[in-house]
Design a binder for this molecule. Structure first.
Ligand code: PMT
Length: 403
């Protein structure tokens, strides 16, 4: 039986020449026994007639938010609840902008706001529109909210341009949908604790020491571990990210709070992953009042004390020791330095990232990592953190469960 059998997929089609490819997408999803309902924007209806999708999906096509007849059959809230996945293909620049702003001025955007189902988009637009700073900012916002981006691919475009912005081909989109629904329960029954984001070390009531970690890597790992069936506790430093569905989140600020929360969670977990960028030092004293400038001196100094090493504390346990994974943020001799950390911190596995590489490391949607354990190292190709997280969780599950 196909992993898509009886899966309820709401396919949103927005205005773009790639709308014709979505007819083939509907056909391929139906071949796999998925239950497909199509929602078209006004722009999409300029390219392809609703009847095409109605014939292929075997269901009426939804077009209007305020259509009494359609509302009587299946109201928009009912449709939002019905969906197990909303996939917008093609997703135009306009639809991405509306989603990023939380607009609900037509049926498709209203459904996206009203639904708790995962939302995936297959962008399709002119390469300059995709590269435009406004579209890039909208895409970044949506990725941070957990929206899945499938594509775009690069190549020749209907307008004659060449570059990124082509909708993924229907077979590639079907593969993404299948992978989303495929039961990857490699961590069923397991408890996983993940630290993510920076820590903030207070200096006085208005200042702190911190770093550029956004939490994206750790949150992506939490999502992937939850999808793999684990009960996930995510200990998050101060970050601007939504909690992944089904994950228990504990917010902390400083390294000492993170250590306390991590130690408590580690007592109960099978796998511990330290993806947080914990400050190595904190101010020796936290001033109760805002520290004043000394007018007569050009320089001042700050006394620091070392923070506890959270991941090393957990890996060094003699009892109730989970399989312990660390990250290594390196700027040179990446593998060599990460290997030294693996040994010094007594970790089972370390994931090294070169944080100076372009479009990688801190606060990027992408990363480039090498996985290292006592048996050697494996470099993974650069990818979105969401995609890498799936691979890393599978790899960690495999190693942790065969230990
Ligand atoms: O958050 P993003 O913007 O997505 O960026 C992701 C990331 C670059 C922060 C992440 O991939 C990463 O590399 N995290 C570890 C950053 C780090 O602090 O590296 P480190 O080499 O200094 O520390 C090594 C390991 O020890 C890490 O697992 C760290 O969590 C842990 N550590 C470090 C210091 C400390 N006091 N306690 C710790 O547990």
């Amino acid at each position: 039986m196909s992993s898509l059998a009886q899966k309820r997929i709401l396919l949103g089609i927005s205005g773009g020449i790639a709308a014709y490819k979505s007819a083939d997408l509907v056909r391929r999803l139906k071949e796999r026994d998925a239950d497909v309902r199509v929602v078209m924007t006004a722009g999409a209806r300029e390219f392809v007639q609703p009847l095409t999708y109605q014939a292929l999906s075997g269901n009426p096509v939804h077009t209007d938010l305020l259509d009494p007849a359609a509302e009587a059959a299946m109201g928009h809230i009912e449709l939002a609840k019905w969906a197990e996945l909303i996939l917008i293909a093609p997703a135009s620049a306009q639809v991405l902008a509306k989603l990023a702003c939380g607009m609900a001025d037509d049926l498709l955007t209203t459904l996206c706001l009203a639904s708790e189902a995962p939302l995936a988009v297959a962008p399709a637009m002119n390469q300059a529109m995709w590269r435009n700073a406004a579209t890039a900012a909208n895409a970044k916002t949506l990725v941070e909210r957990g929206v899945l981006f499938w594509g775009p691919a690069a190549g020749s475009q209907a307008c004659g341009d060449v570059g990124p912005g082509r909708m993924l081909e229907p077979d590639a989109l079907v593969a993404e949908v299948e992978s989303l629904f495929r039961p990857q329960r490699s961590l069923a029954g397991k408890k996983v604790t993940i630290t993510a984001g920076p820590t903030r070390e207070a200096l006085d009531p208005v200042r702190y020491l911190s770093n550029h970690s956004s939490g994206k890597m750790g949150f992506a790992l939490a999502t992937a571990a939850q999808r793999a069936g684990a009960e996930v506790t995510l200990i998050a430093g101060p970050v601007q990210l939504a909690t992944p569905p089904g994950v228990k989140r504990i917010d902390v600020t400083g390294a000492l709070d993170m250590r306390d929360a991590a130690e408590r969670a580690a007592d109960l977990c099978d796998i511990f992953i330290g993806a947080a960028a914990v400050a190595d030092f904190r101010p020796a004293e936290v001033s109760a009042q805002k520290i004043k400038k000394k007018d007569d001196s050009e320089r001042d100094s700050l006394a620091l004390v070392k923070n506890p090493d959270i991941v090393a504390g957990i890996a060094g346990r003699s009892q109730r020791r989970p399989f312990t994974v660390g990250f290594a943020a390196e700027t040179e001799k990446v593998v060599e330095h990460a290997q030294a950390k693996l040994a010094r911190k007594k970790l089972d596995l370390i994931i090294a990232n070169d944080v100076t590489a372009a479009d990688s490391g801190f606060n990027s949607d992408r990363n480039t990592v090498t996985v290292i354990d006592a048996n050697g190292s494996t470099s993974l190709p650069p990818a979105l953190k969401t995609e890498l997280a799936e691979q890393l969780i599978n790899l960690i599950a495999e190693r942790a469960l065969t230990q």
